[in-house]
Design a protein around this ligand. Structure first.
Ligand SMILES: Nc1ncnc2c1ncn2[C@@H]1O[C@H](COP(=O)(O)OP(=O)(O)OP(=O)(O)O)[C@@H](O)[C@H]1O
Ligand SMILES: [Mg+2]
Length: 112
């Protein structure tokens, strides 16, 4: 199993969710996070004042999928999240040692 963690632009969440649903990915966790990439945030103007905003709002999407589906999920996710501009986000892929459905002790891919 692989864990796919994507940091995306918040306004892309609905499109990303729809793309994942379309390929049959059911379980996911979403979180509101803040972060910056290599531009280290940017300057924003608010009520005429210029502020240094170094941590921008992003959405984190996490899902654990069978290893055989990881590439397909990454492709669908990236296509849905991409605008081609800086700040589009990032995808990290991890190995997962075990998954357990708490209700009935299903293990491994049966628990996803
Ligand atoms: N190396 C990293 N480790 C952890 N989180 C990261 C990393 N790089 C980016 N992120 C997260 O992804 C978000 C979006 O990053 P972003 O797309 O700006 O990356 P970038 O490397 O600056 O690429 P780009 O040049 O396309 O903007 C960041 O706000 C941060 O939350
Ligand atoms: Mg950036």
């Amino acid at each position: 199993m692989k864990k796919i963690e994507a940091i995306i632009q918040p306004f892309k969440l609905e499109e990303v969710k729809a793309a994942l649903q379309a390929i049959g990915i059911d379980g996911m966790t979403i979180g509101e996070v803040r972060g910056h990439g290599r531009q280290k945030g940017h300057r924003e103007v608010y009520r005429g004042q210029e502020y240094n905003v170094d941590l921008l709002p992003k959405v984190k999407v996490e899902m654990v999928v069978p290893s055989g589906r990881a590439d397909e999920v990454v492709r669908a996710l990236a296509a849905a999240a991409r605008t081609g501009k800086i700040g589009d986000g990032k995808i990290f892929v991890y190995e997962v040692a075990e998954a357990i459905r708490i209700r009935n002790d299903d293990r491994g891919e049966s628990a996803l």
